[in-house]
Design a protein around this ligand. Structure first.
Ligand code: SF4
Ligand code: SF4
Length: 328
C-alpha cells in the first residue's frame, strides 16, 4: 500500500479522534498533538517522550466533593484520542498498562474511546543498539502486542496493514482500505514462554539490596526522577486532595516518582524508601522482580529512554550486567 493511501487513513482518523503522533522537531522526535498529518513521522524510531500521557495523564481529577455532594465525571463522554505511530516497544509498554489498569474505569474509558495505531519499519537501529529482552522481528510479535491498526513499512516505503480489533477493522474499512491482515491478540507472552532473561534477572535483582552496585551509582545519581518520568512502563501514581473554589475538594491522581523526596512518606514523616541507594534498588526491583512476579512480563521494554535522559549517564544495561556478573 502506498503512502498516499496511509495519508487518507490518517485524515479519516483525524475526523473522529484527536491524533497524537511522533513529530520531528529540529533534532527531537516528540509525541504531540498533530494538526497536519504531513508532520507525522513514520520512521518508527523511539520518540524522546512517551504515549503514556494519553492513557495515564500526569494529573487527572477522579471525582470531587462539594459540601456533601459527590461529583463524578461521566466517563462515557471521555473524548477518544488516537495514539498514532506507536513503535513496538511502546506497544509492549501499553500491554503492561492494560494489565495494571485492567479494573480502572478512568484508564479503560481512555482505551475504549481511543484508537491505537502501531508502526514498524523493520528493526530500527534504536532497537538493535540496546537489548535487554528478546527483540523478535515484527511478524513474530504482532500477536503479542495490543493495537487496533498496525502499519508495517518496508524499505521501499510501502505499507502492509494489519487490524488488531473490530474497532480497527471498522476504521480501516471506513477509510476505504479493504486489504489488510487480521491479527488475533494472544496475550503478551510469546508461545515459547516468558522471556528467559527476565526469569534469570528476577531472583538476582530481588536479592541485590546489599550489592555494592547500588552504592556505586548512588554516589552519582542526583535523584532527579527523569528516568521514571521518561519511562513508558513506570505507572506508579499518588492521590491528592486539592481544595478549589466554592468549598469544592478534588481527588486527583498524579504521576508518582520513587526518586522524589516525598515518596513513601507516611503520617509522622517516616519514609520507607529514603536514601538514593534505597530508591535505585526499589526502582530496579519493581521493574525486574515485582512486576514480572505479578504480571509475568518485564517491567521494562528496553527503550533506553532512562539512559538518554539521565544527567549522569547511568546505563540500565550496565547496571544489570554488573548485577548478573556478581552472581556468576
Ligand atoms: S529501558 Fe529504561 S525507560 Fe525504557 S522501559 Fe526500561 S526502564 Fe523504562
Ligand atoms: S535520571 Fe539518572 S540521576 Fe536522575 S534519578 Fe534517574 S538514575 Fe538518578
Amino acid at each position: 500500500m502506498l503512502k498516499n493511501e496511509i495519508d487518507k487513513l490518517a485524515i479519516y482518523i483525524a475526523k473522529q479522534y484527536d491524533i497524537y503522533a511522533p513529530v520531528l522537531s529540529k533534532d527531537e522526535l516528540i509525541v504531540k498533538g498533530v494538526n497536519n498529518i504531513d508532520n507525522i513521522d513514520y520512521s518508527s524510531r523511539i520518540p524522546d517522550n512517551t504515549f503514556k500521557q494519553l492513557f495515564l495523564p500526569d494529573q487527572e481529577e477522579l471525582f470531587s466533593w462539594k459540601k456533601d455532594k459527590l461529583i463524578k465525571p461521566d466517563l462515557s463522554k471521555v473524548k477518544g484520542k488516537a495514539a498514532y505511530g506507536m513503535n513496538v516497544l511502546d506497544l509492549k509498554a501499553l500491554g503492561l498498562f492494560d494489565l495494571v489498569f485492567t479494573n480502572d474505569p478512568y484508564y479503560l474509558a481512555k482505551r475504549e474511546n481511543g484508537l491505537v495505531v502501531g508502526i514498524s519499519s523493520g528493526a530500527p537501529a534504536d532497537y538493535e543498539e540496546y537489548k535487554i529482552f528478546s527483540m523478535d522481528k515484527v511478524e513474530n510479535v504482532l500477536e503479542h502486542i495490543p493495537f487496533d491498526i498496525f502499519l508495517e513499512k518496508n524499505k521501499e516505503g510501502e505499507f502492509k496493514v494489519y487490524s488488531g480489533s473490530a474497532k480497527g477493522r471498522k476504521v480501516l474499512r471506513g477509510a476505504g482500505i479493504d486489504v489488510f491482515e487480521n491479527i488475533q491478540f494472544a496475550g503478551l507472552i510469546q508461545e515459547e514462554g516468558p522471556d528467559q532473561r527476565m526469569l534469570k534477572l528476577m531472583p538476582i535483582v530481588k536479592g541485590s539490596e546489599d550489592n555494592p552496585v547500588w552504592d556505586e551509582i548512588a554516589k552519582i545519581c542526583t535523584a532527579c526522577g527523569k528516568c521514571s518520568t521518561a519511562c513508558p512502563t513506570c505507572f506508579c501514581f499518588d492521590l491528592l486532595d486539592e481544595a478549589g473554589a466554592d468549598n469544592t475538594v478534588s481527588k486527583k491522581r498524579v504521576w508518582g516518582n520513587c526518586f522524589y523526596p516525598e515518596f513513601s512518606q507516611v503520617a509522622g514523616g517516616k519514609k520507607f524508601v529514603d536514601t538514593v541507594k534505597q530508591k535505585l534498588f526499589f526502582w530496579y526491583e519493581h521493574k525486574f522482580s515485582r512486576t514480572p512476579a505479578e504480571y509475568k512480563v518485564p517491567g521494562c521494554v528496553s527503550c533506553m529512554r532512562c539512559f538518554k535522559v539521565c544527567p549522569v549517564g547511568i546505563n540500565i544495561i550496565e547496571v544489570l550486567n554488573k548485577l548478573e556478573k556478581k552472581n556468576d
